[in-house]
Write a protein that binds this ligand. Sequence first.
Ligand code: UDX
Length: 459
Amino acid sequence: MENQTNTEMHQRKGRRLVLFPFPFQGHINPMLQLANILHSQGFSITIIHTNFNSPNPSNYPHFAFHFIPENLSESEASTTDLAVLVQLLNTKCVEPFHDCLTKLLSDVEEEPVACLISDAIFSFTKAVAENLKLPMMVLRTGGASSFVVFTAFPFLRERGYLPIQDSILEEPVVELPPLKVKDLPTINSRSPETIYELINGMVDGARASSGVIWNTFQDLEQSALANLGQQFSVPMFPIGPFHKCFPASSSSLLTQDQSCISWLEKQSPKSVIYVSFGSLAAIKENEFLEIAWGLANSKQPFLWVVRPGLTNGLEWLEPLPSGFLEMIDGRGHIVKWAPQQEVLAHPAVGAFWTHNGWNSTLESICEGVPMICMPCFTDQSVNARYVSDVWKVGLQLENGLDREKIERTIRRLMVDKEGEEIRGRILCLKEKANICLRQGGSSSESMDSLVSHILSIET
Ligand code: UDX
């Protein structure tokens, strides 16, 4: 058996996979984790990446990197309108990506390319791959449950749920329980039509691909995966959670402040609230202050990631009264960016106040850390509803942010019996995440199918 496995591995050597991450932190991490997973399965890996937001290639000496000029102007690269930025990248990358891939395919010194794996948000890649007669699979970096909602967008528009109207925010979306209208995954943009185009492009691209890879696992999203399996005729490979195989620290775009760990060492078990809203979310100055005072008044120790630019119009901590941390007896530690996976795995961490980006949600589940959910946009609100109402492993902070509500929610999760029950449930999910990756587990089996599939689709 072992000999057979070694022979198969040997045969796979000489096959190259080209991976194309979307250049946002929450997309780069899972794509590079996937690259490591596929490399460990015997494939050679080439990464095509934009110059914009590029990770450090020296952390990946075992991969070949090719950088393409996306030619964003300074104002385009710094726009806060994410929908517009995503669309610009989808337009401006077409030519340089096509040229780069053409060169790679014609390089006779290199191993033959078996397949392109593109982030699903880069929907233009399907046409390029077709033009070059290269099979293409997509990686969807978000969850399957939120993707089901994306596939329903045409219907949601037809029924008048979208565009979202303030008067019906609390109404249920009866066709997609337990979602409410306010949970529908949209984003503020000066060009709402752009959002629909991007989402349709992503869904159609996945539908027309040679297969969809998911950073999720069966026991977590069984019904969404089954739903998508019925809608899509292409194979689905839920092989997550990726970060349990390879950590994300090497693809971090910001330096992770290791002082978090020495500070956590001094705290009691399960006492600390870890607060982070990921790489893109932005809040208003008054919200920043309510968060600060809510944390201070909760009397729990807290580790807070305040990413530069988190608060609209501010550099970093300007609105905090001077001496804020001393005033609360050093019960808080604030950093610009944390080694999140290590933090969540630390025994001192008792809760994660998160924006529910998919990576953060999975990372929390895998460490058995209950969540306080404060989604900001796109898939985050669907993820948060699943955390609070389906998996019941967290509490939502909804309908405005004030310090009393924050203090109450922290108490419910960290002190009350309700919190204990929530912790029990997330520990069960953590165990399921561990099991799915073991030999015979659903993700491990799906990984074997993925390898066979890649070998069967190559030209
Ligand atoms: C974005 C979207 O917001 C999200 O909804 C979508 O699912 C993925 O793309 P982001 O906002 O960055 O992602 O959130 P998330 O998906 O949680 O990814 C953040 C990543 O950065 C995680 O892997 C996390 O471990 C890492 N991180 C975060 C750090 O390494 N340090 C930090 O201080 C905070």
